[in-house]
Design a protein around this ligand. Structure first.
Ligand SMILES: Nc1nc2c(ncn2[C@@H]2O[C@H](COP(=O)(O)OP(=O)(O)OP(=O)(O)O)[C@@H](O)[C@H]2O)c(=O)[nH]1
Ligand SMILES: [Mg+2]
Length: 300
């Protein structure tokens, strides 16, 4: 029998070891939280990609107090991480029945945007929804072909205009989506242009088209982050957040990554929920993020 919890547990084993196991191994047998122990703990949290500030903040809470003993460090971490994930609220993807739902997908090149679109298209199709993909990455050679393959594989329709202006492709998809009563539009975007400024300008242009023509149907602005990029992913998120007003994050390639702590750093530093998790390259390898299950898998 397929067991979601076991699968998630396998997916986060490396993260659990880096973030929890190593700290517990190093700290829990100590008599007290000496400066020496706290320094070690801080280094371990930073190397697990929790972020320098957040690691320091956690260690500060243990300094100069004697309520929490080193033997309780695991409970302490669990409690802190639960609190952080609670602050970002519900982690289910927003969706409204009997309405158009637009998902605007952004992220740096290679993060997994197009694959996520394929997986989402499949998921919505499996639930009987009418799905349209807007092939908005007209910059990279072969990008449109790649998303076309995903549309065929998942059974979704596509608006594709080779080498056209991405904003015009998205405009056309919105018109078609409204007229033909689609349930879902998935907007693919480019990850790399000549420079970062051009990319942000292009994304802003697409966002403006959505805002002008279908603002009430923009259900999520999703930033795709490759889990392996760790703290770098956080920096990317800051830039994209300024430009396109993100609502959530999809964390890809969590399979085999030891840097899943980025989920916590994203919640802590950006207040953004991770809503989707990519756990492989296949169409079915997409999970809804569930903070309780994530915490359980880390601390079990
Ligand atoms: N292991 C693993 N690989 C993934 C996952 N998601 C995507 N990939 C792989 O990552 C690579 C890049 O994925 P794409 O979907 O093309 O990334 P992109 O963001 O669209 O890239 P650009 O269009 O170049 O900006 C591909 O080889 C995917 O198969 C995942 O969850 N797990
Ligand atoms: Mg792509």
């Amino acid at each position: 029998m397929f067991n979601f919890f076991d699968k998630l547990k396998n997916t986060v084993t490396k993260t659990a070891q880096a973030l929890v196991g190593n700290v517990v191994d190093t700290v829990s047998d100590e008599e007290e939280f000496s400066e020496f122990v706290l320094d070690d703990m801080e280094d371990l949290l930073i190397s697990a990609d929790l972020g320098v500030d957040y690691a320091a903040e956690l260690v500060d809470k243990l300094r100069g107090q004697n309520k929490i003993k080193p033997s309780q460090v695991k409970e302490f971490l669990q409690n802190e991480f639960e609190k952080i994930l609670e602050t970002t609220g519900c982690s289910e993807l927003n969706y409204k029945e009997n309405e158009l739902n637009i998902y605007f997908i952004t992220g740096v090149n290679g993060a997994g945007k197009t694959t996520l679109i394929g997986k989402l298209a499949y998921k919505f199709k499996e639930n009987g929804k009418r799905v349209l993909i807007a092939a908005g990455d007209t910059f990279r050679a072969a990008a449109e072909e790649q998303v076309d393959i995903w549309s065929k594989r998942s059974g979704a329709d596509i608006v594709r205009r080779d080498k056209a202006d991405p904003a015009s492709v998205v405009y056309e998809a919105i018109q078609k989506g409204l007229k033909e009563k689609y349930d879902v539009i998935l907007v693919d975007t480019a990850g790399r242009l000549q420079n970062k400024y051009n990319l942000m300008e292009e994304l802003t242009k697409i966002k403006n088209v959505i805002d002008k023509n279908a603002a009430e149907y923009l259900r999520e602005s999703i930033l795709v982050i490759d889990a392996n990029t760790g703290q770098n992913g956080l920096q990317q998120a800051k830039v994209f957040k300024e430009c396109v007003n993100l609502s959530s994050v999809a964390l890809t390639k969590l399979d085999g990554s030891a840097k899943g702590a980025i989920v916590l750093a994203i919640a802590k530093e950006l207040g953004l929920p991770v809503k989707l998790v990519g756990v492989g390259e296949k169409m079915e390898d997409l999970k809804d993020f569930n903070s309780k299950e994530f915490i359980n898998a880390l601390f079990e």
